[in-house]
Design a protein around this ligand. Structure first.
Ligand code: 3PG
Ligand code: MG
Length: 398
């Protein structure tokens, strides 16, 4: 890696600004999944135990950027950390004289959690005045916010330049994420298989293209299947389809062939009149979807075909579900492949889940702990795997 990590840094007696991605899902003020907080604890714990004080910062959701909004307060995160025994105070604001005084009063082993960075409109605008105000809160900068690395925001981009290069480092989660994603991108063990699902081809074009010539095989599932099939002249009934992406779908098939990557499409589907758990389901004879029906999961023959590929692979990237797995009748394709990928990992394959819906699907399949790496960043991992530069990483590399 072309940047310092926590191991290269002496933090004793220093005040460290720790940018984490504590953007956890909330329901009625309660955290429904604390994974992102848990994943950043090794960094926070090490800093506090090594005699640093920590100014901890994150965004949460997408507030308007016009000051405090109770719904987006980091108070639930503060409560969660305190319940873990962390000596932490929640600041009343993001920056400013009062927060500076609170930061200055921190003793080694203590943490101050700033309020939601996005309460300041300067955060998402990468505003220079906010960057300076944040930088005044500490003498050292540590970035563990992989999930936000694709955003050129003040707390992950602009403010970093205000620290001397030898006082800037990546946290353990940032390092772990980048090295796991790097294993897929650089010199993977072959065969390299990409399992791509989800509803839109347009969301996945970048990543699919980037894997042409890199992946041996790409398996396509989810509603994006039907954009490919329609482009090929196969009847798709009422299946979801991006009409304006038909030409693109054909191009992608040609590019795959030219690059020597097999792009496999489902050979049968589970169909119903609508995505409703009570709807009557049927399995198609072939790739065609009958009139009045829509494809909602891959069919059993496809599951068998895709399973073969998973079993052969030594490196697997999984990004996106194979069907409407949120509804039990349409979950089998996704859950069976999740189970197969977990078995593959058990046999020594490196299996990476690229964040987002696939993480939820892995949890539903009960295989979370058996996969090699589950990214905490959906958008960030997608952009990284599409070959795009991540502003949050570039800032560390300076
Ligand atoms: C995420 O949840 O994807 C990250 O925390 C980034 O949040 P954003 O998509 O609102 O920028
Ligand atoms: Mg996001």
């Amino acid at each position: 890696m072309r940047f310092k990590t926590l191991r290269d840094l002496d933090v004793k007696g220093h005040r460290v600004f720790l940018r984490a991605d504590l953007n956890v899902p909330l329901k009625d003020g309660t955290i429904t999944d604390a994974t992102r907080i848990k994943e950043t604890l090794p960094t926070l714990d090490l800093l506090l135990k090594s005699g640093a004080s920590v100014v901890l910062a994150s965004h949460l959701g997408r507030p308007k950027g016009a000051g405090f909004e109770a719904e987006f307060s980091l108070a639930p995160v503060a409560a969660w950390l305190k319940a873990q025994g962390c000596d932490l105070t929640l600041a009343a604001a993001v920056a400013g004289p009062e927060v500076e005084a609170q930061a200055a009063a921190l003793r080694p082993g203590q943490a101050l959690l700033l309020e939601n960075l996005r309460f300041e409109k300067g955060e998402t605008r990468n505003d220079e005045a906010l960057s300076q105000a944040l930088a005044r809160l500490a003498d050292t900068y540590v970035d563990d916010a992989f999930g936000c690395a694709h955003r050129a925001h003040a707390s992950v981009a602009g403010m970093v330049a205000h620290f001397p290069p030898d006082r800037v480092a990546a946290g353990f989660l940032m390092e772990k994420e980048l090295s796991a994603l790097g294993r897929i991108m650089h010199d993977p063990k072959r065969p390299l298989l990409a399992v791509m699902g989800g509803s839109k081809v347009s969301d996945k074009i970048g990543i699919i293209r980037h894997f042409f010539g890199k992946a041996d095989t790409i398996l396509v599932g989810g509603a994006m299947t039907f954009t490919f099939l329609k482009a090929m002249g196969v009847p798709i009934g009422n299946s979801r389809c991006e009409e304006d992406k038909l030409d693109l779908a054909l191009e992608l098939r040609q590019e795959a062939e030219a690059a020597g990557t097999r792009l496999l499409l489902p050979v049968d589907h589970l169909v119903a009149a609508k995505p409703d758990a009570q709807a009557e389901c049927a399995i198609t004879q072939d790739q065609a979807v009958p009139d009045g029906q829509m494809g909602l999961d891959i069919g059993p023959e496809t599951v068998a075909l895709y399973t073969e590929e998973v079993r052969k692979a030594r490196t697997i990237l999984w990004n996106g579900p194979m069907g409407v797995f949120e509804l039990d009748p349409f979950a089998a394709g996704t859950l069976t492949l999740a189970e197969e990928m977990a078995d593959a990992a058990g046999q020594g394959a490196f299996v990476l889940v690229g964040g987002g819906d696939s993480v939820t699907a892995a949890a539903k399949a009960g295989v979370t702990g058996r996969l090699s790496h589950i990214s905490t960043g959906g958008g960030a991992s997608l952009e990284f795997l599409s070959g795009m530069e991540l502003p949050g990483v570039t800032a560390l590399e300076r």
